[in-house]
Design a protein around this ligand. Structure first.
Ligand code: NAP
Length: 283
């Protein structure tokens, strides 16, 4: 019977570890803080921001909220980021994406000080990951590494196929799996014979945003299957990129959706905030 990797439980373990550490730091009058910037009225973004603030509260991290109207100009947002960069009481800065169309997202990402870049999206953080020096790592891929490690799954020497090459999931995931000594293939929409490529994988990580596209035809017997997808099926129900019920009998471990990768993203954001504080205070 395959192991169903419980992301909710593992993310709670991590949040409890953070809470313990921030509690000890508070005894020394050191407080961890995250500035959360939301521009506009996108309902999904508002939910994500609310969840991030709730997680901060649980972890003993102070969240500073900056909610700006849809009409905010790029220069107003850049000015705020500049102020947050200079504010020693702010350890991490998170700008909720997507931003309104008139604001250049890349410019905003690059304006965040790399030492406060808790989302791991700054080019310096991305570069640090590629050459293997310390830096913040994008939260979803970092969470997947924790899921594997805390489930006792080693990637060393294994064939790992990652379906998806986005800057926030697929590419950093590939770098992290390389760091774990896996042999890594990145597949994408132009990959020829995706089924055969995926069937080579001892560890298959899907991040395509295509509901239930990976059925048992894509799975090597006994593979570990990690599903990043947060998709909607034909009835509007949340599902992953993997056809869970079809794949389950063929794999050795699998993440469900919901309750797999999803909860890990916020847990790793909290980890990055604490890390940012430690870097800034040289602890
Ligand atoms: P994205 O930017 O849309 O990238 C999707 C990737 O999948 C692209 O590289 C695309 O290839 C590839 N792809 C699409 N259709 C494909 C197909 N039929 N065959 C092979 N490759 C295909 O998406 P993303 O931001 O990486 O997100 C991927 C999924 O993860 C989504 O469901 C998203 O909601 C979820 N996600 C979850 C979390 C979380 O916290 N759990 C965080 C981030 C994302 P091309 O590059 O060739 O177009």
């Amino acid at each position: 019977m395959a192991l169903i990797i419980d992301g909710k439980k593992i993310s709670l373990e991590i949040r409890d570890e953070i809470r313990e550490e921030t509690g000890k730091l508070k005894e020394k009058e050191i407080e961890t803080s995250l500035a959360v910037v939301l521009v506009g009225n996108d309902p999904a973004s508002a939910v994500y921001v609310r969840n991030k603030k709730k997680a901060c509260e649980y972890c003993g991290i102070k969240s500073l909220s900056y909610e700006m109207p849809e009409t905010t100009s790029e220069s107003e947002l850049l000015k705020l980021i500049d102020e947050l960069n200079c504010n020693n009481d702010v350890n991490g800065i998170l700008v909720q994406l997507p931003l309104p169309k008139h604001i250049n997202e890349q410019k905003v990402i690059e304006a965040i000080l790399p030492s406060k870049d808790v989302d791991g999206f700054h080019p310096q953080s991305v570069g640090a990951l590629s050459i293997g020096i310390p830096g913040f790592v994008s939260c979803t891929p970092a969470g997947i590494i924790q899921l594997l490690k805390r489930s006792g799954i080693s990637a060393s020497g294994k064939e790992c196929v990652i379906a998806g090459r986005s800057n926030i999931v697929g590419k950093p995931m590939a770098m992290l799996m390389l760091r774990e000594n896996a042999t890594v293939t990145i597949a994408h929409s132009k990959t020829v014979d995706l089924k055969s490529v995926c069937k080579r994988a001892d560890i298959l990580i899907t991040a395509t945003g295509r509901p239930k596209m990976f059925n048992s035809d894509y799975i090597k017997e006994g593979a570990v299957v990690i599903d990043c997808g947060m998709d909607r099926d034909e009835n509007g129900k949340l599902c992953g990129d993997v056809d869970f019920d079809d794949v389950l009998p063929h794999c050795s471990a699998i993440t469900p959706v919901p309750g797999g990768v999803g909860p890990m993203t916020i847990a790793m954001l909290m980890t990055n905030c604490l890390e940012a504080l430690k870097i800034q205070h040289r602890i």
